[in-house]
Design a protein. Structure first.
Length: 114
């Protein structure tokens, strides 16, 4: 069982990044996917959720209108499109797949700085 995030990096304020979360070893299409983030010295914070069939999406107020969660169950991959990035979005971003059990990725660093 594995979740692997990718797509993080250094970006200037106002820029965009797309994070990917690729699953293996379990039936990804049956799992709700959530993105979280953790900034230095802060608790892990929920960012966005998408249901197993992709029909319902929710996101935190802090990212609403800027971040979009999506998924492709054929590719066993979820995405987090991040636009209009701000310095306060700097964090390690984690993917979580949840059903009766849950799995976490190792995280990918996003740094927003000029």
């Amino acid at each position: 069982v594995q979740l692997v995030e990718s797509g993080g990096g250094l970006v200037q304020p106002g820029g965009s990044l797309r994070l990917s979360c690729t699953a293996s070893g379990f039936t990804f299409s049956r799992y709700v996917v959530r993105w979280y983030r953790q900034a230095p010295g802060k608790e892990r914070e929920w960012v966005a959720t998408i249901t197993s069939d992709g029909t319902t999406r929710t996101s935190a107020d802090s990212v609403k209108g800027r971040f979009t969660i999506s998924r492709d169950n054929v590719k066993n991959t979820a995405y987090l499109q991040m636009n209009s990035l701000k310095p306060e979005d700097t964090a390690v971003y984690y993917c979580n797949a949840f059903q009766t059990s849950q799995y976490w990725g190792q995280g990918t660093q996003v740094t927003v700085s000029s």
